[in-house]
Design a protein around this ligand. Sequence first.
Ligand code: NDP
Length: 466
Amino acid sequence: MSGTTYDFDLFVIGGGSGGVRAARRTAALGKRVAIAEEFRYGGTCVIRGCVPKKLLVYASQFSESFVDAKGYGWTVGERSFSWSELIANKDREIDRLERIYRENLEKSGAQILKTRAVLEGPHEIRLIETGKVVTADKILIATGSRANPHPDLPGAEHCITSNEAFHLKRLPQSIVILGGGYIAVEFANIFLNLGVETTLVYRGKEILQGFDDDLRHELHQAMAKKGVRIRCEDLLKEVVQKADGRFEAHLASGDVLDADEVMLAIGRKANTDDLGCEKAGVELDARGAVVVDDYSRTSAANIYAIGDVVHKLQLTPVAIHEAMCFVDSVFLGKPTKPDYDLVPTAVFSHPEIGTVGATEAEAAREFDEIEVYRAKFRPMKNTLSGRDETMLVKLVVDAASRRVVGAHVLGPDAGEMAQLLGIAVKSGLSKDDFDRTMAVHPTAAEELVTMYTPSYRIRKGEKLAA
Ligand code: NDP
């Protein structure tokens, strides 16, 4: 069959950030494109991830702002919080964003299908809604991922994941969260600041594995001081429902915690179940994620996969970047590999983390000698408010080339700073470039360009005074 005899030039399975971007861009090139989504357009990010999470983060920050206001002369009257109002407002905003996603798709000329779609062969896709089989020259799998359900845990059926956390009928009085990654840490902070008694149970030595150790430690201390009970090197062994409907979380340490809700935040699993990958010759890895080459191409020559379903970096901007590279490679004749190097990222905890590049430990392993510039200080906003919370700013520099190879911030607006630090570190700027950049005063970010002498060095793994 030649390209024109297929029903479509491109069939996209999955209407999340990656799938929608690829469909829109390809349709705009005049190609015949269809996109199938069984649930809602926008995917994890818009419907049950980044966007609703950030709205909940904003909601949760007010409790601290009300307290801080006093030092600035304000008398804040009686306060009350309505979880149901927050959730209703959040849902309205998500509806609005979903509409925009659909409208943009419609404008692009892509055919929008509301159905689950599965592979029947390398060029054949079955639309489950009607049972009809359509054909496409190229197929893009962008089905995303879902919260790992932890089937080995007795009582897992009693637990919620982030999906349900966005739709709880009422705010729990107490919650136990399993996990020490992005979602566990962000939700622990959201719930605590909304007044929920919060316990985080993490199997490792320190939360947020993979982030700079300094930030992990400082964030742990800050969260614990605010009241999150953090239980490292412990595990959830069983969840039992009590007669009153509440739960007992049984831990490996032997402790039993009472809670209104138990939440699992232990990573995400690729959505490849019953997708027909074997019928189409698409190879999966041991975790069920689609295996792709450097150009997002699967083991079937005409089928590609992007986003969370490939288990590389499960981040929205990465999925969108992969979509752009896919269209360049496949429809514009410009073979383009997605670039996974130096991806900035943020954890929307209280305080926030913003980071890009090598951690101190990674850089110490990679380079003969590194310089670490580190400043820990009380941000100005915390002076009159009396808030006893410090900020940490850290630059990791390769001593030989002077290049800043890692930048890490813990504190207010760290996520916003990470975006700009991402440009500097990605561009390979040197510490001297940072030094000759004028400070913006008075800001917390000015510390990034005013740390003139290293706090310490690490030469061949040995920590030395500067
Ligand atoms: P993460 O991979 O960040 O963290 C998973 C956590 O669960 C880790 O602490 C891991 O421990 C622990 N874990 C895994 N399996 C088990 C188990 N069987 N028992 C106990 N603990 C376990 O995943 P999340 O679910 O937090 O988030 C999913 C992805 O979504 C993230 O990787 C991130 O890419 C993305 N995300 C990004 C956000 C952002 O950009 N701000 C926000 C939220 C999500 P260990 O460390 O020991 O492996």
